[in-house]
Design a protein around this ligand. Structure first.
Ligand SMILES: [Zn+2]
Length: 157
């Protein structure tokens, strides 16, 4: 995409599917093709992104990193600022003074139980998308495309 800063930036690594951009202690692992958000990115690309991230983490640790943050901001509400789906790897060292990602809160047992139930319910369908729908189950009557729906849902312009 011509006006995307990720697509037009010089890459430190790229292959057929994945590209990486490194600046100091931060590496972006991105799909080589432009996909605005994770849901639009094919599963096999996401898999390759995580494999590349894992290899990059090994290199970071070999060079002295003591930890790393892997951050995906997916959607404007989640803090996504790039128009291109990206996984950020941030090299960390003890007492490096970088931001804490968030300040953890102590929840009471009742709230924790409710969250656990919601997570279990939400996780029941993980992996289901990999099953191919039978031809008679396909729904042809859509008033909007998945892409339009996702952009509207996540408020991406
Ligand atoms: Zn792009």
């Amino acid at each position: 995409m011509a006006d995307c800063p990720v697509c037009t930036e010089k890459k430190t690594y790229e292959d057929e599917n994945i590209a990486m951009l490194t600046a100091g202690s931060v590496t972006l692992v991105v799909p080589k093709q432009h996909y605005p958000i994770m849901e639009q990115t094919p599963d096999f690309i996401i898999e390759k992104m995580f494999i590349h991230a894992n290899h990059t983490l090994l290199q970071m640790f070999e060079k002295g990193a003591q930890g790393a943050n892997l951050i995906i901001t997916n959607g404007v509400s989640a803090g996504q600022t790039l128009p291109h789906f990206a996984m950020q790897l941030i090299e960390r060292k003890e007492n490096d003074g970088l931001f804490p990602l968030w300040n953890p809160r102590k929840l009471d047992e009742e709230t924790m139980g409710a969250i656990e139930l919601k997570l279990k319910e939400a996780c029941q369908n993980i992996g289901v998308w990999e099953e191919q729908p039978k031809p008679e189950e396909k729904k042809e009557e859509k008033t909007e495309t998945n892409e339009t729906y996702i952009k509207r849902y996540l408020r991406i312009p």
